[in-house]
Design a protein around this ligand. Structure first.
Ligand SMILES: Nc1ncnc2c1ncn2[C@@H]1O[C@H](COP(=O)(O)OP(=O)(O)OP(=O)(O)O)[C@@H](O)[C@H]1O
Length: 232
């Protein structure tokens, strides 16, 4: 039985820096594991930024897990966890425990309780020993892992990862992939690593702000590879 769409874009147009980057785009997304691919500048990051309220469409309607992105934008960050390509864009506190405590506070926990709960929260990800570590002393992979933990402790309904693997070595990437694979939440992954979508329900291919492909990963990725080969 088809599920009701968790995410809906209706005739969405977005302009950035005077250029149309999403062009009258309509999408219904009900699947739990969704990949987003496309060449540089095709609009992937712009699209996912509409879903967590970092950008607003000037035309059309965006609905995310029951929230209207235009009128309920303030509520989106609690529903939508966002993991950026560069962990330094997300991490703001000097120590790991402070970063996690801040996330818990953002999720509505009183400050004192959040400070006490940070270590148990880290322990759920087998990282209690990181609590007092200065964030700047973590490796890139460890920082990315911390960002994911910081998002997951907020228990979002949707987790968006925007090119999370670019600076990670293969073992660290695999560890993150298996963490993501085990999540109960809906996941949208933006990645250039085309083998990252194994087991995904659906892959969406954006090109110049429009849908160029959409369907099961194997078919969409094969079409994208053929397109890339033809360009090379
Ligand atoms: N901060 C910005 N200000 C103005 N225009 C921007 C900005 N960021 C992106 N754009 C424009 O939006 C277009 C789409 O960018 P976007 O980051 O959404 O693409 P992308 O598919 O995520 O690309 P990449 O794979 O390179 O990350 C770009 O071609 C660029 O012209």
């Amino acid at each position: 039985m088809p599920h009701a769409p968790l995410i809906q874009l209706e005739n969405v147009t977005l302009t950035r820096g005077g250029r149309v980057v999403l062009d009258d785009l309509s999408l219904d997304i009900a699947e739990r594991r969704v990949g987003l691919i496309g060449t540089n500048g095709s609009g992937k990051s712009s699209l996912v930024r509409l879903l967590n309220g970092l950008l607003a469409a000037e035309k059309g309607r965006v609905t995310v897990h029951g929230l209207d992105a235009a009128t309920q934008a303030g509520e989106l960050p609690r529903k939508v966890g966002f993991i950026f390509q560069n962990p330094d864009h997300q991490i703001i506190f000097p120590t790991v425990a402070e970063e996690i405590a801040f996330s818990l506070e953002q999720a509505g926990m009183p400050r004192r309780e959040a400070a006490k709960e940070a270590v148990p929260a880290l322990a759920r990800f087998q990282r209690a020993h990181w609590a007092e570590r200065p964030v700047h002393a973590l490796s890139e992979g460890e920082k990315q892992f911390l960002c994911i933990i910081a998002v997951l402790v907020m228990r979002p309904a949707l987790v968006i990862l925007d090119e999370p693997f670019s600076s990670l070595d293969l073992p660290t990437r695999r560890r993150l992939e298996s963490l993501v694979a085990g999540l109960e939440q809906q996941v949208i992954l933006v990645a250039h690593e085309l083998d990252a979508f194994e087991g995904y329900d659906r892959v969406i291919w954006l090109h110049a702000g429009r849908l160029r492909g959409d369907g099961p990963p194997e078919a969409v990725i094969a079409a994208y590879r053929a397109f890339a080969e033809a360009l090379a």
